[in-house]
Design a binder for this molecule. Structure first.
Ligand SMILES: CC(C)(COP(=O)(O)OP(=O)(O)OC[C@H]1O[C@@H](n2cnc3c(N)ncnc32)[C@H](O)[C@@H]1OP(=O)(O)O)[C@@H](O)C(=O)NCCC(=O)NCCS
Length: 167
């Protein structure tokens, strides 16, 4: 049921992102909300920058997606979204486990600091929040995001990252 997404999945990926991202609206700073949350050109740019999406399909319909982007010495999990009608049914976990089989070493995830559900999801999978100063440094190093988004974000990391970066 989980497969590598193809070019032909682009529209379905976009629809899933823009439907599932609606849960952010009431939580993130108003100046960070946009509709649609992601434009097609942005998604095309993200894929061109090296994000590889895996998709969870049920009866031929994409129900969840998760992207993986290798950058230098770390791997980022990018754009994880599950159809709101079947969230909390294990699809995100299945996608994360699938993605992790192909990753060695440090994994980083950036999300909204107020997205408590996403933080809880990643904590259940062994990720922890990095400090505020590490979050800012990591977002500058591995992501291209505006300063206003950085202020409202948190970067989470796996135990391998914490092991490598312990002082
Ligand atoms: C975060 C997300 C990808 C997780 O996928 P999922 O299929 O719902 O997650 P799973 O069923 O595998 O795991 C469930 C766990 O995730 C967390 N979670 C997911 N949705 C939640 C919600 N609405 N409220 C609280 N916790 C939630 C909880 O820890 C939950 O465990 P619990 O049910 O025992 O409390 C999905 O909920 C989603 O698309 N959310 C909206 C977009 C988003 O926040 N994406 C993350 C971007 S980094």
């Amino acid at each position: 049921m989980i497969h590598a997404c193809k070019k032909s999945d682009l529209e379905a990926i976009l629809a899933l992102i823009n439907t599932a991202a609606k849960s952010y609206r009431a939580f993130i700073p108003a100046n960070q909300w946009k509709e649609p949350y992601m434009h097609e050109q942005e998604l095309v740019r993200e894929i061109a920058a090296g994000i590889k999406f895996s998709g969870f399909e049920q009866e031929g319909v994409l129900k969840g997606i998760m992207g993986v982007q290798k950058i230098e010495d770390v791997t980022l999990i990018r754009h994880a979204y599950v159809d709101p009608s079947i969230q909390r049914c294990g699809i995100g976990s299945a996608l994360l486990s699938h993605c992790r089989t192909s990753i060695n070493g440090s994994i980083l995830i950036g999300t909204w600091d107020d997205a408590t559900w996403a933080i809880s999801f990643y904590e259940k999978h062994g990720f922890c929040k990095t400090s505020q100063s590490d979050t800012v440094r990591l977002l500058h190093s591995y992501w291209t995001v505006p300063e206003t988004q950085i202020e409202a974000s948190v970067v989470m990391a796996n135990s391998e990252w914490f092991e490598i970066n312990k002082s």
